[in-house]
Every structure is written in structure tokens, then in C-alpha cells.
Design a protein around this ligand. Structure first.
Ligand code: UGA
Length: 435
């Protein structure tokens, strides 16, 4: 099939390449010149498992063409995917300005029947709005159908998820559009949910909100565990044995981050208010997460009483391991709060340092975890990078000024902590040790 993907961001790029791999002819339109040049030359613009190989293969087989020529992209395609950003405003409303701009840009080029598909995460009612906009722009009613087709890709595993996801959600009012979408997705052999646009739009938000609820719920229970001498990991294991609950997304820690959960939970709360309907559980989820992500600083304040002038090592800056993405990472909020308390900060991350330097240029960045820990009064583990699991705790004890460890991701083995005679160890729901 002939496809045009508008926007070569994280979602657009993966969508274009994965459809290209399934014998479609894809044009991916991107207006950012630097990004475009990189992609044309086979250079990935984001860090994603398997992306470089897939990009090079797509260029070699000519299955995906990168261009800034929107007219050519639209006119040569039967299906148009809109994959532009939909950020959250300060008041938690979703900013669909980029989607609106795309609709205005594509309208003059819709010269025969096309399916206009929204991949971007958009609020309920957006497909209806897109339809009215296209009509307003004098696109003939027979020339288009509008479809909501949200994505459920995890960063880092997006290519895998595209090919082997659990579900494909397609929301439309048109049988003709359903048939086109069904044909497009048939080769993936993934279960399809066909529904109306509003339901499809809401499935995306509900999915991210429910996963966030699970995390915040476990984080609250973890905080109780610390007081009640219970072990959150054992609780999570036991709960996960119940098929009705599932073992996934029960890992306690210092909260969720990334470009999706924080944004989508807030947007859902705001959206519900616009419908005069209160989503108290989602609201509480956001609140719990905002407190949880600075928990390490609260622990530090409780431990030292005065932290001004102390030196603290931050291990891990990205919102999760195996990515260089720092958006909404707990580390950002921790660093901000530490700086407010006049703490000296040393930081180490295998991949996220470059991006975080733009936000906090004045803290000390290190090239390795041990260099980071040298002469520090405490360390905070913010991201569970693989290399931190094998940290040598005897060495830690030796090189830190005071071996105070706040393990925000429950990575370290309490028996080894005891053996190394670490001065203080704080976990999230697995107990604390103080010597
Ligand atoms: C998330 C969803 O998992 C995807 O299905 C969705 O498509 C995507 O958002 C999106 O809307 O685009 P992603 O943001 O890549 O994907 O990250 P996840 O791997 O889901 O992790 C999100 C956050 O939750 C991370 O900060 C992670 O540390 C935290 N988390 C996850 C926990 O604290 N505990 C857990 O048990 C699982």
C-alpha cells in the first residue's frame, strides 16, 4: 500500500520503517532539515533497539523515502498517518496545534480518496474535529475518512512492539476505512479492536493511566512496607502470581517518568474535567508520583537533618534504562530539589548525560560510577542501569566519604549491603539499614 507518514519523531519514524518492512511504499515527511539529512544518510535520530539496521535496510530497499515534500507525499499515498507532537500545556490541556497545522497543510493536496489516520495521542473528540476541519478546508466528503489508530510502543522496544504488540486499535465511523486499515495491518497478525473514534482515543489514555495507577499504587504500598517491616518485592511477586493482576508494572521505585505517563495521566484528568466528570484515582496517581520522585531528597533530609554543603552522587539520569531520554525523569526533580538545598552534585549516566547537561550545566558530570562516588556523602540510584547491579559495595564503602545509599530502584542486595558494612541503606519498600 502507499503510505505517507507526517512527522519523523519517535512514533512517526518507527511507524514509517515498520510499515516499509511489510512491503508497503512509505514516504516519511519531515520538515526539520537536520533530522531529514540524518535519516536520508541512514543515521538514527533517536536511540532505539534495532533502529539503525532497519533504517539502513529501508534505504537500501527503497521502501521508505524521507522528504520534506509534503505535496508529493500526500498525492502519492492512500493512507496518511499524522505522527506529530501533542504536548501537555501548563494547565494540563493537550496542545493539538501541530495536528491542526498538519490538517491545514495537507488539505489542498487531498485529490482523491485517502484515509487520514491519527497516530499522535490526542484527546477524545479530535477525530470529529479533524473531519470538521477538513470539510471547512473544502476537502470533499468523498475524498477522505478519518481514523484513530493510537500506538502502544515502549521506548527502547518500539520496533519489537510494532511487529509483536498485543493489540491494534482502530477507531472510525467508516466501513471503507476499516477495510483499508484491516488490509494494512493483516500481515502483522495482531488482534484488532475495531471501534468508534472516541473509544479508540480513550483506550490510549486509559491504558497509560492504568499502568501509571499500578505503579503509584505499588509505590504507596512500598512506603507502607518500609514502616511495617514488609518487603514490597515479595508482595509484588505474590500479587503477580494472580493472573487477574499480572506481574508487570508492579515494580516499586521513585516513580514513573518519560514522555507519556506523566503527560497522559494529567491530560486524562483535565479531559474528564472538561466533561464535568472527576477521575479521582488518576488524580491521586499523579499526586503520588510527584511526591515519590523526590522521596530520595526527603530521606536524605531526614538522615542528615542539614544537607547544605554535602556532596551527593546521582547514579542514573534517564527515566528508565537503555534510553538516552531524560524527559520527566525523577532525576530532574531530585537534582532541582538538591540544588535548592545547596547540595553539591556529581552525576553519572551511561547515556543521558549529554541531554541533562543542557538543563543543569553547573553540576559535575563523571565518566563512570566509581568516579562519581568518590568523596560523596550519599548516593542516590535513580535509574536501574544494568551496570549498577554489579557495583562493588566494598569499593563503594572505601571511596565514599560516608556510605549513605538511597536505592531508588531497589537494585542492591541487602545481604551484600550488610556484609560491606555500609553506613546507611534506604530502599523503596524493602527496609532500611543504619549502622
Ligand atoms: C509507555 C507505555 O508502556 C507504552 O505502552 C506507550 O505506548 C508509551 O508509554 C506511549 O504512550 O508512547 P514508555 O514511556 O516507553 O512506554 O515507558 P515504560 O517502559 O512503560 O515505563 C514508564 C515509566 O514507568 C518508567 O519511568 C519506568 O521506570 C516506570 N515503571 C515501569 C515503574 O516505575 N515500575 C514498573 O513496574 C514499570
Amino acid at each position: 500500500m502507499n503510505i505517507c507518514v507526517i512527522g519523523a519523531g519517535y512514533v512517526g519514524l518507527i511507524t514509517a520503517l515498520c510499515f516499509g518492512k511489510k512491503e508497503n511504499k512509505v514516504v516519511c515527511v519531515e520538515k526539520n532539515r537536520d533530522k531529514l539529512n540524518m535519516l536520508k544518510n541512514g543515521v538514527p535520530t533517536i536511540f532505539e533497539e534495532g533502529l539503525e539496521e532497519l533504517l539502513k535496510e529501508s534505504l537500501n530497499t527503497n521502501s521508505v523515502k524521507f522528504t520534506d515534500n509534503l505535496e508529493m507525499g500526500i498525492k502519492s499515498s492512500d493512507i496518511l498517518f499524522i505522527a506529530v507532537g501533542t504536548p501537555t500545556k501548563d494547565n494540563w490541556d493537550v496542545d493539538i496545534g501541530q495536528v491542526e497545522a498538519v490538517i491545514n497543510l495537507i488539505s489542498p493536496y487531498i485529490n482523491k480518496y485517502k484515509v487520514v489516520v491519527t497516530k499522535s495521542t490526542v484527546p477524545v473528540g479530535t477525530q470529529k474535529y479533524i473531519t470538521s476541519k477538513l470539510l471547512e478546508n473544502h476537502v470533499s466528503k468523498e475524498y477522505f475518512d478519518v481514523v484513530s489508530n493510537p500506538e502502544f510502543l515502549r521506548e527502547g522496544k518500539a520496533i519489537y512492539d510494532f511487529f509483536y504488540g498485543d493489540k491494534i486499535v482502530i477507531g472510525s465511523e467508516s466501513q471503507k476505512a476499516f477495510e483499508v486499515m484491516r488490509k494494512l495491518y493483516e500481515p502483522f497478525k495482531i488482534k484488532m479492536v475495531l471501534t468508534n473514534p472516541e473509544t479508540a482515543e480513550l483506550i490510549k489514555y486509559t491504558s497509560n493511566a492504568l499502568l501509571s495507577v499500578k505503579i503509584s499504587f505499588m509505590n504507596e504500598i512500598a512506603n507502607l512496607c518500609n514502616k511495617a517491616c514488609a518487603d514490597i518485592d515479595v508482595i509484588a511477586y505474590a500479587l503477580g502470581l494472580d493472573k487477574r493482576i499480572s506481574p508487570l508494572f508492579l515494580k516499586a521505585g521513585i516513580g514513573y517518568g518519560g514522555s507519556c505517563f506523566p503527560k497522559d495521566t494529567k491530560a486524562l484528568v483535565k479531559m474528564s474535567e472538561n466533561y464535568n466528570c472527576s477521575l479521582n484515582i488518576v488524580k491521586a496517581t499523579v499526586d503520588v508520583n510527584e511526591k515519590q520522585r523526590v522521596l530520595p531528597v526527603d530521606i536524605l533530609l531526614e538522615h542528615y537533618k542539614i544537607i547544605e554543603g554535602k556532596t551527593v552522587a546521582i547514579l542514573g539520569l534517564t527515566f528508565k534504562p537503555d534510553t538516552d531520554d531524560i524527559r520527566e525523569a525523577p532525576s530532574l526533580y531530585i537534582i532541582e530539589k538538591l540544588l535548592k538545598n545547596k547540595v553539591n552534585i556529581k552525576a553519572y549516566d551511561p547515556m543521558g548525560t549529554k541531554k541533562i547537561k543542557n538543563i543543569f550545566p553547573d553540576i559535575t558530570y563523571c565518566d563512570g560510577m566509581y568516579e562519581c562516588l568518590e568523596n560523596c556523602d550519599a548516593m542516590i540510584i535513580c535509574t536501574e542501569w544494568n551496570e549498577f547491579y554489579s557495583i562493588d559495595l566494598c569499593k563503594v564503602k572505601e571511596i565514599m566519604r560516608e556510605s549513605v545509599i538511597i536505592d531508588g530502584r531497589n537494585m542492591l542486595d541487602i545481604e551484600k549491603i550488610k556484609e560491606a558494612n555500609i553506613k546507611a541503606y534506604y530502599s523503596v519498600g524493602k527496609g532500611n539499614i543504619k549502622n
